[in-house]
Write a protein that binds this ligand. Structure first.
Ligand SMILES: CC(C)(COP(=O)(O)OP(=O)(O)OC[C@H]1O[C@@H](n2cnc3c(N)ncnc32)[C@H](O)[C@@H]1OP(=O)(O)O)[C@@H](O)C(=O)NCCC(=O)NCCS
Length: 197
């Protein structure tokens, strides 16, 4: 466990038991953020997210960043490294990517599974700070995520952070279509758009 950003009250957890212990806080926050179903259409249903979280917290490179304010968790980000035998890129449905793109070696790509900020704290830079802390020190060549085109704030955040659209993706076991996004790491300061607020 280590502090990563005092301004946003961020703590990064890489120990699997510590990540598991955060499940109640993360669960509550996810439920609160999902309450506005209109705004969050396209977000994984809470039950599916909990299964994903429980399954992935034991994956290599799993890390959780939580943001605390006034003693309460107001945001979190969660992600893992893509393992060498990942099926992640098989969910791409709109475009066939070359092997050189989809090849994974367990260290190449960090996948961001979720970034969630309590509605009252949105627009204050928490999403950006959580994202940055998740990637800090991973040493990966690139990061990736899937975002629903219907969640406009999430899509806007991805674009502001310099993610590029790779193709439409339909993860196994879902009917929903997401946008698969990728960002090359190493020149973050160059491709990030300046903040407007
Ligand atoms: C998406 C989310 C994490 C953004 O968090 P946030 O703390 O509000 O983000 P930031 O304050 O760091 O915003 C950074 C940039 O994202 C974009 N952005 C964020 N929210 C936006 C909104 N409502 N409308 C337009 N652009 C938005 C802007 O470009 C913003 O930069 P600016 O402030 O300079 O304009 C937050 O809205 C959220 O938790 N939503 C619900 C859960 C969700 O959909 N998560 C993503 C899928 S897991």
């Amino acid at each position: 466990m280590y502090q990563t950003d005092a301004r946003h009250g961020l703590t990064t957890l890489t120990d699997q038991d510590e990540i598991a212990a955060c499940l109640p806080d993360v669960t509550q926050l996810y439920l609160d953020a999902s309450a506005d179903l209109t705004a969050f259409a396209g977000l994984l249903p809470p039950s599916a997210f909990f299964d994903l979280y429980r399954g992935d917290l034991r994956s290599p490179g799993a890390r959780l960043v939580k943001a605390e304010r006034g003693g309460h968790v107001v945001g979190f980000g969660f992600g893992t490294l893509l393992p060498a035998d990942t099926t992640w890129w098989r969910s791409l449905v709109s475009s066939a990517m070359p092997d050189s793109f989809t090849h994974e070696d367990g260290r190449r790509t960090f996948v961001i599974r979720a970034v969630v900020v309590r509605p009252a704290c949105q627009g204050l830079g928490y999403g950006t700070a959580l994202h940055d802390a998740l990637l800090r020190g991973t040493g990966t060549e690139r990061s990736t995520l899937m975002v629903s085109p219907r969640i406009r704030p999430a899509l806007a955040l991805c674009e502001a952070l310099g993610y590029l659209f790779v193709g439409a993706a339909r993860p196994e076991g879902t009917d929903a279509t997401y946008l698969s996004m990728v960002r090359s790491e190493g020149s973050t300061a160059f491709h990030r758009r300046p903040r407007r607020r």
